[in-house]
Design a protein around this ligand. Structure first.
Ligand code: ZN
Length: 115
C-alpha cells in the first residue's frame, strides 16, 4: 500500500514559467516545454508525467495565394462530452497570413494513464 497521495485525475496547476493551466502530474509543461519541480519525486508521479499514448494528432497547412489582401485566422478548440455538450471552447491563437505565406497547424491529444 502506497503512502504517496496522488492528486485527483484531472487536477490542474499553473506553470510557473508561462502561467498556462496544465495537469498537476506534468513534469514538463506542454506549452513552454520547461521542466517543472516536483514536491515529491516518487517514481509513480514521474511515470505519470510521460504520455501513455496519443490517440489523436492532426496536422494541416494553410497557404495564402500570392495575390490579394492579407487573411486573418483564429485557432479554436472545442471539446464535447458523450452527450454532445461543449465542456470547453478556447481560442488558442490568432494571426494573419500575408500573400504567399503559409502556416502549419498541429493538434494533439495526449493521454496519461496510471499504472
Ligand atoms: Zn509552461
Amino acid at each position: 500500500m502506497s503512502t504517496v497521495r496522488r492528486a485527483a485525475a484531472g487536477a490542474t496547476r499553473t506553470c510557473p514559467h508561462c502561467r498556462t493551466v496544465i495537469l498537476q502530474s506534468a513534469a514538463i509543461c506542454p506549452a513552454c516545454k520547461k521542466h517543472l519541480r516536483f514536491e515529491s519525486t516518487s517514481a509513480a508521479q514521474a511515470a505519470a508525467a510521460v504520455p501513455t499514448f496519443s490517440p489523436l494528432r492532426l496536422e494541416g497547412s494553410v497557404r495564402h495565394p500570392e495575390a490579394g489582401a492579407a487573411w486573418e485566422y483564429s485557432i479554436v478548440i472545442s471539446v464535447k462530452n458523450d452527450r454532445g455538450d461543449e465542456v470547453t471552447r478556447q481560442v488558442v491563437g490568432v494571426g494573419a497570413l500575408q500573400p504567399g505565406e503559409g502556416r502549419t497547424f498541429t493538434f494533439s491529444v495526449d493521454v496519461f494513464k496510471p499504472d
